[in-house]
Design a protein around this ligand. Sequence first.
Ligand SMILES: *Cc1c(COP(=O)(O)O)cnc(C)c1O
Length: 388
Amino acid sequence: MNMLIRGPEDEILKKEQAFRIIRSTINEKGREALYDLTGLAGGFPIKKEDKRLLETYIGPAIYEEKLKRLAVEHLGGEEVIAFNRTTAGILATIIALTKPGGKIIHYLPESPSHPSVPESAKVRGAEYLEFDNIKEFYTPPGTKLIFITGATMDHKIIEIEEFKRIISLSKKARIPTVVDDASGARLRTIIYKQPKAIELGADLAITSTDKLMNGPRGGILAGKARLVKRIKSVAYKFGLEAQPPLIAAMVRALEEFEPTRLIKAIKLRDEVYEKLKRSFKGFQKTPTGVMIRPEEIKKEIEKRNVKTRLSPQETSYLWAMLLLQEHGIITIPAAGMPGASPTLRLDLSAPDAQRLKPDQITRILEETFQKLLDTIIEPEKAKKILGG
Ligand SMILES: *Cc1c(COP(=O)(O)O)cnc(C)c1O
């Protein structure tokens, strides 16, 4: 049970506190004092000549066509639509392809799902079932849509055999499949050399242009023209589709996307991981970085004979806040949206990671962990750090 962060509202307060620290760091020391290691870039690489074309009707006329060409190259499929966020694309897909009372089945390499899938199912009044064990996976009668997550929020990657198995089951049952490939569209294909989701037989795939590429926060959905058309009509009805400035930035981000940057991160990751092993048992490698789960943080704390009433999740939030406060390192447990993963993950493919040396990263984690031990025995102090 959490005692300090009791729900989404407290998570918002925590995020706002993180934003206050980011603001004051920028004002006092400048952008160079911050290191965004979330792996979410928020890049907006439009060019000067794009700016005068960003109008309501001229913009889409120019950029939607370019986007289609680039997105089909990136994801495969026949037709595409860009969304304000991946979450918006998932909501539109669920509204378009299911009805109240229908069933949505989700397979992912490890639960929990990104909140966008179960929350959209709830809004739709659809039943939602989640599996992370292929042996248990089945499609009950009344299943209208199957989701597959290619890479989880913690960057756990689906096994290719599992992927193929679900596609074959869905084809037999004639149920459309959507792949939530928010980060997977790059992690799976570039690091793990898996085929694109659509090449593997998925009907639809959605990715986030913010993840592991220098694009804006937004989602691109691609796939069968017949399904994309239905999703588009829902998107326009509810205002979920991306607007011209966002589409132009997505186009530029896809144009300049460079897979080798992800490959290069692997070396830095391995160095950091080896050094971290000297002080911590609980860190794990991710495809492009390192992470420690809340339960592992708890073990590290217990090993040092420190007792706390804070939950493992809260110790992760707190460590993330200390990293931000003391060293300007931005991670998702500090700055993420409500429902984001509480795992403390450092993405070393992030542009800011290039300014940090492996020794420096290790030292910062050791120092802030000592501070964490001092803080968790004083819940009042911890509360102040989390909420200001
Ligand atoms: C990030 C992510 C999303 C949501 O993306 P947003 O653009 O933030 O809405 C959905 N699913 C997975 C697996 C993700 O990692």
